[in-house]
Design a protein around this ligand. Structure first.
Ligand SMILES: Cc1ncc(COP(=O)(O)O)c(C=O)c1O
Length: 431
C-alpha cells in the first residue's frame, strides 16, 4: 500500500514520458494508476488497489497475468541468452505450432509488433502481385503505420474510396494508394474491388472488425473476388487469432485468406507478431529461391526473439488444452448478457456486440450494428462516464473499446463484476 509512491511515479511519468503515458490512452488524473503487478484476472496498482482486469493490456494477456506456464518457459530461456539473431529452437517450435493451427499457413515470418506485421504483409502483397494499391474497410484498425491510418475512426462517411488520415504526420501520398469502403456492405465492396482490380495488391480485413461480426456471405464474397483477380486477401487476426477459436477467425467464420497477421495472444504477452501465409505468396520473403533484389525486406533485429517465442510456445500449449474456448465463451456470454440486462433495467439502450472472448459495450439503439457508421451512433460520452464509474469500483476497462476475457476469469469474477456494473449504471442514472 503506497499511495504516496504512486503519486510520485505519476508525477515522474508526467515529466519524463511524452504525453505522460504510453500513447493515446489517457485516464482522468484521479483515476490514473501505475500497475505494480498482475496475477490471473487481477492487477494491483502501486497504491495497493485491486482491479479485475478486462483491458488485458489491450488483448495479449489471454492466459491471465503471470501464467505459471509462461513464466516457467521464460525463466528457462533467460539464462540461455535473450537474443541471438541466428535461428533458435523456440522460434522454430512456435512456427510449427502456428502452421499446424492456422488454416492459411504453410510458413510464418516473425515481426516485432502487429503494426509491423500488417505493414510487411502489404509489402509482401505488392511484391507478389506487382500492384501498388490496397483496400481496407472503414473503421478497421491495423496498427500505426502510414498505410493503415486512413479511415480508421471517421465520424462521418468517407468519400469512398478516398478517406481522411487519422493522425497528423501521415503523408498525403500514402492515401493515394489506400482505398476505403464500408465493412459488411458486400455489394459495394465487391464492386470497388472489381473496379480497381488491375491496381489492387491486397484487400486487408479484420474478420471481426473491432466488435462487428461479419455478416454471412461478406467474407466469402471478398474471398471470391480477390481470388478471381489474384489480389492477396489478408486477414488481420491480431485480435482474433487463438482467441475466438483455436484456429481464429478463419476457423470460426470458415473463410481462408492468403495470409494472416497474428500478434497479442500469440506470444503470451511478449512482444512478437507473425505473418502466416500460403507458400506461394510468402515465397517473396524467401531469399533461398530468388535474387536478393527480388526478395521482400522484412528483417528486424529482434525478429523471432527466443524469449518471446518460448513464451508463445508455452501460451499455445495452454490454449490447445480441452475446454479453453468453452470457458472463454461461458465467461464472456455471462458478462455480455448480464451487462445488457443491467443497463436495460436502468433504462439505457445498451448492446454488447462482438464475440464472447472479446466484445464491446455500446450505448446505442441502432440495430443491427453492421458498419463503422452504425457504431458511431453510440453515445461515447455516456460510454466514457460509465467506464469511469466501473474503474472507480475496481474494474480495469478500456472506455468505449473492448472487454477482453482471459482464461483465468472465473464465475466469481463475473458475479462481482455484474454487481459493480449494476452500481455503475445506477450511478450514471442518478447523474
Ligand atoms: C486488429 C489489430 N491489428 C493490428 C494492431 C496493431 O498491433 P500493435 O499494437 O502490436 O502494433 C492492433 C492493435 O490493437 C489491432 O487491434
Amino acid at each position: 500500500m503506497d499511495a504516496a509512491r504512486q503519486t510520485e511515479l505519476l508525477a515522474l511519468a508526467g515529466k519524463y514520458l511524452a504525453g505522460g503515458g504510453t500513447g493515446l490512452f489517457l485516464l482522468p488524473p484521479e483515476l490514473n494508476l501505475v500497475v505494480a503487478r498482475g496475477e490471473g484476472s487481477r492487477v494491483w496498482d502501486v497504491s495497493g488497489r485491486e482491479y479485475i482486469d478486462y483491458h488485458l493490456s489491450s488483448g495479449p494477456v489471454l492466459l491471465g497475468h503471470a501464467h505459471p506456464a509462461v513464466t516457467r518457459a521464460v525463466e528457462a530461456q533467460l539464462p540461455l541468452g535473450t537474443t541471438y539473431f541466428f535461428l533458435n529452437e523456440p522460434e522454430i517450435r512456435l512456427a510449427q505450432r502456428i502452421v499446424e493451427a492456422v488454416p492459411c499457413a504453410d510458413v510464418v515470418h516473425y515481426t516485432g509488433s502487429g503494426t509491423e506485421a500488417t505493414f510487411y504483409a502489404l509489402r509482401v502483397a505488392r511484391a507478389w502481385s506487382g500492384r501498388n494499391k490496397v483496400l481496407k474497410f472503414e473503421g478497421a484498425w491495423h496498427g500505426m503505420h502510414d498505410y493503415n491510418l486512413w479511415g480508421t475512426v471517421p465520424s462521418k462517411p468517407s468519400a469512398y474510396p478516398h478517406s481522411t488520415p487519422d493522425s497528423v504526420g501521415v503523408p498525403a501520398v500514402t492515401g493515394d494508394t489506400v482505398l476505403v469502403t464500408p465493412f459488411n456492405e458486400t455489394e459495394a465492396a465487391v464492386a470497388m474491388i472489381e473496379k480497381h482490380a488491375h491496381e489492387l495488391a491486397a484487400v486487408v480485413v479484420e474478420p471481426l472488425q473491432r466488435v462487428l461480426q461479419p455478416e454471412p456471405g461478406f467474407l466469402e464474397a471478398i474471398r471470391e473476388v480477390t481470388r478471381k483477380h489474384r489480389i492477396v486477401l489478408i486477414f488481420d487476426e491480431i485480435v482474433t487469432g487463438f482467441r475466438i477459436a483455436w484456429g481464429g477467425a478463419q476457423e470460426k467464420y470458415g473463410v481462408v485468406p492468403d495470409i494472416a497477421c497474428y500478434g497479442k495472444a500469440v506470444s503470451g504477452g511478449f512482444p512478437l507478431a507473425v505473418i502466416a501465409g500460403n507458400g506461394d505468396v510468402m515465397s517473396v520473403l524467401d531469399a533461398r529461391n530468388r535474387p536478393k533484389s527480388e526478395v521482400v525486406w522484412a528483417t528486424n533485429t529482434l525478429n523471432g526473439n527466443p524469449v518471446c517465442a518460448a513464451a508463445g510456445v508455452a501460451a499455445l500449449d495452454v490454449l490447445s488444452q480441452p475446454g479453453i474456448y468453452e470457458h472463454l465463451r461461458h465467461i464472456g456470454s455471462r458478462l455480455r448478457e448480464g451487462i445488457v440486462a443491467s443497463g436495460t433495467k436502468h433504462g439505457f439502450a445498451v448492446q454488447a456486440p462482438g464475440e464472447d472472448a472479446v466484445f464491446g459495450i455500446r450505448f446505442t439503439d441502432r440495430k443491427p450494428l453492421r458498419t463503422w457508421m452504425d457504431l458511431t451512433t453510440a453515445d461515447k460520452d455516456l460510454g466514457w462516464r460509465w467506464a469511469i464509474e466501473l474503474m472507480k469500483r475496481g474494474l480495469l476497462v478500456n472506455p468505449n473499446e473492448k472487454f477482453y476475457i482471459s482464461i483465468q476469469h472465473t464465475d466469481a469474477d463475473v458475479d462481482q463484476t455484474l454487481g459493480i456494473v449494476d452500481e455503475a449504471f445506477a450511478a450514471l442514472r442518478k447523474g
